[in-house]
Structures are given as C-alpha cells and as structure tokens.
Design a protein around this ligand. Sequence first.
Ligand SMILES: Cc1ncc(COP(=O)(O)O)c(C=O)c1O
Length: 369
Amino acid sequence: MNPVPMVDLKAQLARIRPEIEEALGRVLASTAFVFGEDVRLLEREFADFCGAAHGCAVANGTDALQLALRAYGIGPGDEVVTVANTFIATGEAVLLVGAKPVFVDVDEATFTMDPGKVEAAITPRTRLILPVHLYGHPADMTAIGEVARRHGLPVLEDAAQAHGAEWRGRRAGSLGHAACFSFYPGKNLGAYGDAGMVTSSDADFVARVRQIANHGGGTNKYDNVVLGTNSRLDTLQAAVLRVKLRHLEAWNEERRARAQAYARALEGAPGIVLPREKEGARSAWHLYTVRLPRRDALQAHLQARGIASAVHYPRPIHLQPAMAPAGGKAGDLPVSERLSREVLCLPLYPELPLEDVARIAGAVRAFAG
Ligand SMILES: Cc1ncc(COP(=O)(O)O)c(C=O)c1O
C-alpha cells in the first residue's frame, strides 16, 4: 500500500507546473525581485478574493500579525484578547510588540473562540480582540463582533488557516476590521517559501502596515518617519501565489468533497467526534480534525498502516514556556487543554485520492471497533 502523507505539494505542482514556470520566468526576465508588478497585483487580487478593499503583502503570517498590531499602536501595557488553541504565532506576535495576550477558551464544536467567554476577559487595558479561524473554520464573527462593538474594540482575524472560509456569506479577510494571512507552503494558498498578507477595508490602516513593513518610509526613499522593519514580500513568491489564487476556489471545493467523504465514511464510528460546520459557517477545510480520547493510539495505528496524521496542537499555547509572560497555568482553559489531548488531523488536500480517504476512514473505523 502506498503511504499517505499529510499534504502532497508535488502532486499540486504537477497540476500547474507550466503556469508556475511561465510566471517565474517572467519575474526572472524582469529582474524586479522586490516591489515587482506581481506584488501589487497579488495584493489587488487577493483583497478582491476576500472582499476587502486593500491588502499589504508581507514576508510571512507572523509578521502580518505583528505589523497589524503595531499599526494599531498596540504595545507595552496593552492587552489583546485571543485564544490558546492555536499555533504559537498568534500569541507570539502579541508578546513581540510588548503587549499581553489574554487567553479565552474555545467552543469545542468549532475549535474557535467562545464568544461567551470574551466579555469577562475585557479590562480597561484591552485594545483588540483576535480570534483565529482554526483548521479553516471561521470563528463566530457575529457574536464576537457584537461584544467588540459594545466595548469599542476592533477585531483582527487570524485567518492564516482560512483562505476562502466564509461566515454568513462573507469571506475571511473581510469579517473584522482587518485580517492576517499566512501563505506558508502547506496552507490552502501557499507560496514556495514564506509569505503573508494583511487585508482590511481601512485604507489608512493598510497604509500604516505598509509603512512599517518597509522601514517606516515616507514619500521619499530615505525618509524614515516611523520605526519600521523589512517585511516585504518578494516578487517570485507573489508570482507563484497569483497562479495558485486562480485555482483556490476549485481546490477548496476539492477539499470540501474529501471532508464530506470522510464524514460519510466515519459517521457513527464509536467514540470519534467528527468536525462539522456550524450554521452560517463555510469552512475552508484546511485540516480535517477528529477528536477521541485514545488519540495517540489511533495515530500509532494509522502510522503502522503507512497513513500520516498530525496533532495541531499538542499543547495549548498558554502552557508553552515561551508564553510564560502571559501568566497562563494548567486548568485555566479546560476545553483548549482537553482538545490538545484529543485532536488528530487526518490527511486532507485537494489531490488526495478518494480511494485513500476510504482507506484512511476504514483504518480509523477498524481502530474504533
Ligand atoms: C493560526 C496561525 N497563525 C499564524 C501563523 C503564522 O504564519 P507564518 O508561518 O506564515 O509565519 C500560522 C502559520 O502556521 C497559523 O497557523
């Protein structure tokens, strides 16, 4: 039996190789490796895809978060309400700008921020609410938005895993005041290296992100009016992303079809909780994540049959030593802590053969008994 990987970027490349080679060749011929035309076009096209007015391409998703936080003027003494059931970058960005992440628990059905927990976490120091659309499933942006409005706070989406996800008919990237994306290679829209973007319909805000991402520049090249950094996206990555963006909707549909195939094949498997879309949500199905108490045993069972799986994430970030300044301790977030012991992501990518979905589901069922 062929081994099944978590993602297969070679299979994806095989589908688009001529388009990629044409795009890369064009950039090479232009030698406009930084600030080339493809960067501006990608910003336009991806913002349009999200339904946002503006986009600023940056070096990676972690920078997107950090730059957005800086563009809000968030720093020492400020608090950001966010979740711990996420990749470390969400909390890291908050600490890196000198602010404090205040973690709230998640809703176990969607793995995303529990809107009912947000209000109690807000203090006079709170500056921002930062939900994460984990595994491609959008957070409940209506309920979170209502709390935010009551307190006059902006909402920044961590949409790193949610390219094309929808909440009530609108896409991630246009659901809050602004949104941060990662284009890490394995994402639904992935570069051939690191890349990221901030989207927003607030032109001044995106202009501030752009300024900070390019050494705090002014109108003239050697005006440095605010303290910035270098977080530009290079043109080769932008050219790759523009090719892939043309396929994103179709690829997300292929992910959906595989998620549905898993759901049909695993329905009723004893002791296994399947991921479902909440009413109003359309997941981008970045990951297909099941839950079960004997997670590690299932992972070993699959591995013995040549089937990859992954634990996203084995430790909620409030318990990571690197997050110690945020002051989290075991027991603070019971749902996030339990999920970290129970979640297992099965292979899910557009090129995954449906026969492999059936084989993986069969192996999971055999384990479940
Ligand atoms: C939820 C989340 N936030 C932020 C990031 C950071 O993105 P990057 O790896 O591009 O820095 C990631 C990437 O893995 C992510 O999954």
